[in-house]
Design a protein around this ligand. Structure first.
Ligand SMILES: Nc1nc2c(ncn2[C@@H]2O[C@H](COP(=O)(O)OP(=O)(O)OP(=O)(O)O)[C@@H](O)[C@H]2O)c(=O)[nH]1
Ligand SMILES: [Mg+2]
Length: 216
């Protein structure tokens, strides 16, 4: 006997995601669902974005972690608001978990960045009500990851290649990574950055400013 549980779960997740999206639309917030492997640099990339945008935009970060609040404590030090979600046993954030955080959002934010649980697989399956998914791929992981974890790279509108400062030391070719990413989705916007030295963030910030302007 076959029991298909995945579909109903995803269907009701989709309905909840629609409700979340309506909530975010009330304030015209731009919502990014940031997904990448553990340690790929999600928090470090967010910190760089916050530094560049916090003087002009109201920013909230929703942190998804299995346990603890290390990343939200780090981000709070930059002066922005954060909400921590602990998923306990789940390897991703879903629309229901995000909906539970919504009552805590009691002022308008221009930009809401959601740092998903470090994982290249499960988070890609769930719409949480975001405007788009942002995949972070760091150079020590290897340029073949878009081939091995296709769903995320198929669904992400933006891919950030992080840790470009390590390129001389790791087996990662930007050309191969770009080819592999674009094979999954030819319309993906790709940005090459180093959250360590700040290189490459200007292009990413210009792109985000345009997306923020479209929301207003
Ligand atoms: N060399 C180098 N190190 C980086 C860069 N970005 C992040 N790191 C380091 O990589 C490690 C992980 O960075 P985080 O930003 O915590 O990564 P994360 O994806 O948020 O990790 P989790 O939340 O645990 O999944 C830290 O030691 C960072 O200092 C980069 O561009 N270059
Ligand atoms: Mg983190």
């Amino acid at each position: 006997m076959k029991i298909n549980v995945l579909k109903p779960v995803l269907v009701s997740n989709q309905e909840r995601a629609k409700e979340n999206r309506k909530f975010f639309d009330r304030y015209n917030s731009l919502v990014l669902n940031i997904i990448g492997a553990p340690g790929s640099g999600k928090t470090s990339v967010i910190e760089n974005i916050v530094k560049k945008l916090k003087s002009s935009y109201r920013i909230l970060v929703i942190e998804g972690d299995i346990k603890g609040s290390l990343d939200s404590e780090k981000l709070m030090k930059t002066g922005i608001d954060t909400i921590q979600i602990n998923t306990i046993t789940e390897c991703h954030l879903d629309a229901f978990m995000i909906s539970q955080a919504l009552p805590k959002i009691n002022k308008p934010y221009d930009l809401i960045m959601v740092e998903n649980v470090g994982n290249l697989v499960c988070p890609a399956e769930f719409d949480i009500g975001e405007d788009f998914k942002v995949a972070i791929l760091s150079t020590p992981e290897g340029d073949d990851k878009p081939v091995k974890y296709p769903l995320l790279f198929h669904r992400a509108r933006v891919v950030i290649i992080n840790k470009t400062d390590l390129l001389p030391y790791v087996d990662f070719k930007i050309k191969n990574a770009r080819k592999n990413i674009l094979a999954k989705n030819p319309r993906t916007m790709i940005f090459e950055v180093s959250a360590r030295n700040g290189k490459g963030f200007d292009k990413l910030i210009n792109f985000l400013k345009k997306e923020l302007a479209k929301k207003k």
